[in-house]
Design a protein around this ligand. Structure first.
Ligand SMILES: [Zn+2]
Length: 215
């Protein structure tokens, strides 16, 4: 007779289903559960059978724009900090993704371009197991950002710096004075990407976190 899953395991299954993880990803994070328990929980929550098809496999997805790189960097940085605090990988991934959803309004993005839980799982796997990605610290702003491994480090790819530069370039000054509003656009306060652990990332001002950057 097989052993019944613990309450802790079932709670983890519930959180993963709610976060949109597909059954193969859930299986990799909760290997003790029987496949049918996972599929039944998924179907019950979503009201349909889980979609089949390949899991995320494209690293380029995370590097295509400063906005995407900022989101991916946030995920890697929070995960890294949790791991260093001794949180196990599956739990760290779940908490990281919950932090991501609380920080970025990703629901307004088209489904195909959304950084879904499965994509976050793939991102972390590339970072921890395959090691095709790194977190490097930007010389200019000090924030940590995603970078391909085995590639020359190029701090021009720092998304925080890139987004500020883009905002300055797009800004239309009200006057030509050197201290116009445009020249005052500054780097966002990114504690999760900077030194120390700050999972809330709640210090960002609403002006900085505008939709263009995070949605
Ligand atoms: Zn930077």
């Amino acid at each position: 007779m097989s052993k019944l899953p613990s309450i802790k395991t079932l709670r983890r299954l519930e959180r993963l289903v709610q976060l949109g993880a597909r059954p193969p990803v859930i299986r990799s994070l909760v290997p003790t559960l029987h496949d049918s328990v996972i599929s039944d929980a998924w179907s019950e929550h979503h009201g349909r059978r889980a979609p089949r098809g390949p899991l995320p496999h494209n690293v380029g997805f995370f590097l295509v724009s400063p906005k995407r790189r900022l989101q991916a960097s946030f995920i890697l940085a929070v995960f890294d900090d949790l791991r260093r605090l001794g949180v196990a990988d599956a739990e760290a991934l779940i908490v990281t993704y919950e932090q991501f959803l609380a920080t970025f309004d990703d629901d307004s993005s088209p489904v195909d371009s959304r950084l879904t839980f499965d994509r976050a799982w793939f991102l972390i796997r590339e970072y921890t197991t395959v090691r095709s990605l790194l977190l490097v610290r930007c010389d200019a702003c000090g924030s940590r950002h995603i970078h391909r491994a085995f590639e020359l480090i190029n701090h021009g790819q720092c998304p925080a710096c890139g987004l500020v530069e883009a905002a300055r370039n797009e800004c239309l000054p009200e006057s030509s004075e050197p201290d116009s509003d445009c020249s005052k656009i500054e780097l966002p306060d990114l504690p999760a990407l900077g030194a120390g652990f700050s999972p809330g990332w709640g210090e960002l001002s609403p002006e900085i976190v505008d939709k263009r950057w995070v949605s």
